[in-house]
Design a protein around this ligand. Sequence first.
Ligand code: UGA
Length: 443
Amino acid sequence: MRVTIFGTGYVGLVTGTCLADVGHDVVCVDIDQAKVEGLNRGVIPIYEPGLEPMVKANHAAGRLHFTTDAAAGIVHGDLIFIAVGTPPDEDGSADLRYVLAVASTIGRHIERPVVVVNKSTVPVGTADKVQATIARELENRGVQVAFDVASNPEFLKEGDAVNDCMRPDRIVIGASNQVAVEKLKRLYAPFNRNHERIVVMDLRSAELTKYAANAMLATKISFMNEIANIAEKVGADVEMVRHGIGSDPRIGWHFIYPGAGYGGSCFPKDVQALSRTAQQHGYSARLLDAVEEVNDSQKGHLFELIQRHYDGDIRGKTFAVWGLAFKPNTDDMREAPSRKLLAQLWAAGARVRAYDPEAGEEAQRIFGEREDLVLCDSARAALVDADALVVVTEWKQFRSPDFIRVRQALADGVIFDGRNLYHPDEVEAADLAYYGIGRGRSI
Ligand code: UGA
């Protein structure tokens, strides 16, 4: 099928590439000329495992094209996806400016029946706005073209996006008529083998499904972080508790890892936006607001542990920081807990030597040159001349360090483990003090 995708961010690029990979003819449109030129030369703007070879292969095979020419893109597609950003505006609502700008462009250029598919995470009711925007442009042109608007939210995880896209656990299609449903079913048929993954529903339910999924996952994390904080107070170990509850299939093993708080471009924004949507409809989403509040304070928890250890005085201390990205396998630092931690360390007069396997460049871009930050090119280099180690992101390569070496490198011999990667006994056996999240027994 002929597919056009507006937006070559992480959602648009991964979706377009996977659709091309199963044989569809895909045109990706972006207004950023440098990005489009780069993509045409095989330069991938994000780090996402497995994506680069797939983009290159499908581009070379002539199934995946990148252009800034919106009109040509619109002429190409039977299905036109909107996958542009919906950043939070000042009050936390999703800013629909980019989505509606694409809708206008579509309305100005369509010549034949199309299905317009919303893939961006958008508040309930946005499909109606997209519909109205396109209809208005058609009216201005004085032409009549049949079009449908569908909602097809994405459930890709950064770092595992290609896999999530190629082997989805569900494909949600929100539509108001059968034409759109049938076209989308045909598009996704290659991803729907062996058992039925497609769930068809009305537009508003599909839009809400996306928020409900992310809000539920964020709730699990904040819940576990709260249990961790209680564990710390009562002298229990949340890792034991996690093992004790995860085997109950009603609870499950996923997303019950306590840590330094959730970050990324989705959970913080989506929890806030859903709460604002509820508010706009006269409902106060108290649970969602609490999830957000617990997360904000959790991002400061590592710093609290550090302050506690040093009796509130860390001026002149140097902290090795392992991990800056908001999670492993990405270079994304949006809303990353590391950002709050570094700001707090600096404000208290400490210095940082940081290492992240992928986010070094991003950190350089965000923080610029400053004399209290050294970005190192290995985990070991970050330990040089450091007083203590703080682990913020659970990259695989941080999982089994040589604790004897770590002890030799750190002047104060203390590890703050923001992801509970280590067993306290093992760390303490190397004569290191250990602080984890919710590990009351060791404090
Ligand atoms: C999330 C969802 O998992 C995807 O299904 C969704 O499609 C995506 O948002 C989106 O809306 O686009 P992502 O933000 O890439 O994906 O990352 P996650 O793997 O979900 O992790 C989010 C944050 O939660 C990370 O900071 C991670 O460290 C934290 N987390 C996760 C925990 O603190 N504990 C856990 O047990 C799990």
